[in-house]
Design a protein around this ligand. Structure first.
Ligand SMILES: [Zn+2]
Length: 322
């Protein structure tokens, strides 16, 4: 059934705005830049168990619901909600220092009982954090709180349960780890990332949907805005070579390199949209521009593409009027 869940998956989870060949191109591009490809002789099942590894030994992909190591201080369980837009599914992270008795869960994911029980079964969960309001990150929050007794914190008070909203610049000390809250609006207005300065030599950042492991994220217009997003990329670039722990797709090294690639992609899209407006007239609708810029877009991601175009038109028109 083409129900609400599916629509949420398509529209809200982590849609890329470069569907079709461009998504494939991006995947190849990022692969070439950042991954050591697993041996072709390894079976898919073997890769699912082991993940593939970057040069620094971090797991870069997973296709099974097993707790897997993603960095010195983090592990994750892949939620069973794969889709054309949510990539392999939501990565629910478990943060804890070595020898710590408790852990912090970031993004409980969908309301899937098996997934939430697996998260609760990783040990004593003392805190639950969410990166932003979308259902594929928050739908399981209340149930995970029931299972663990841990409070839930988010930037948006409507997604907090038993605790205060997150504040930009705040440092949380939990599970033996320092977790710094970094506001990164753009994908949504309430998006935050979590910086772990002590996670390996260069630290790491849990990037939610602001940065994905493959492709690029969509802007959930009008709540998501391109001006905000570009500023958030600047903010994230300052973390240099920190590891990237995205909510969808594989772990990547060097946040700095990824933010530069994302900015390049955005500016390229803006140039295409400017060019389309020259032919269509400056008051062209998002739908008309999408027809030109995303001429080959698959119907399943058309709405996501149109939303990102709307956000970019808003940005261009705001700048020309301002
Ligand atoms: Zn999202």
């Amino acid at each position: 059934m083409f129900g609400v869940g599916f629509l949420l998956e398509i529209v809200w989870s982590s849609p890329v705005d470069n569907p079709g060949w461009a998504l494939f191109y991006s995947a190849v591009f990022f692969s070439a830049l950042f991954y050591s490809a697993p041996s072709s002789s390894r079976s898919r099942a073997a890769r699912a168990q082991a993940g593939s590894r970057c040069k620094d030994g971090m797991v870069t992909s997973a296709t099974s619901p097993v707790l897997q190591r993603s960095s010195a201080l983090t592990r994750f369980i892949l939620a069973p909600n794969p889709g054309p837009m949510s990539l392999d599914g939501t990565n629910s992270y478990v943060i804890s220092a070595k020898d710590a008795e408790a852990s912090v869960v970031v993004d409980p994911g969908p309301a899937d009982e098996g997934h939430l029980r697996r998260l609760a079964g990783t040990g004593r969960v003392e805190l639950i954090l969410v990166t932003h309001r979308h259902a594929d990150h928050t739908a399981g929050s209340v149930r995970l709180q029931e299972l663990t007794g841990a409070p839930v914190r988010a930037a948006d008070p409507r997604h907090c349960h038993g605790a205060d909203p997150l504040r930009h610049g705040e440092t949380i000390r939990a599970a033996g780890v320092s977790i710094q809250v970094v506001a990164t609006p753009g994908h949504t207005s309430d998006s935050v990332c979590f910086h772990l300065p002590d996670d390996g030599a260069l630290g790491s950042v849990l990037t939610g949907d602001t940065i994905l492991g493959r492709g690029t994220t969509m802007l959930d217009y009008p709540d998501g805005a391109l001006g905000d997003y570009l500023e958030s990329l600047d903010r994230l670039e300052a973390f240099g070579g920190a590891g990237v722990l995205p909510a969808h797709g594989p772990v990547l090294p060097s946040l700095e390199a990824v933010t530069r690639a994302y900015r390049g992609h955005r500016l390229e899209r803006l140039a295409q949209i400017r060019e389309a407006l020259e032919g269509l007239g400056r008051d062209a609708t998002a739908a008309a521009v999408t027809d030109v810029v995303y001429a080959d877009v698959d119907a399943s991601v058309r709405r996501a593409a149109e939303m990102s175009v709307a956000a970019q038109l808003d940005y261009l028109r705001g700048r020309s009027e301002g």
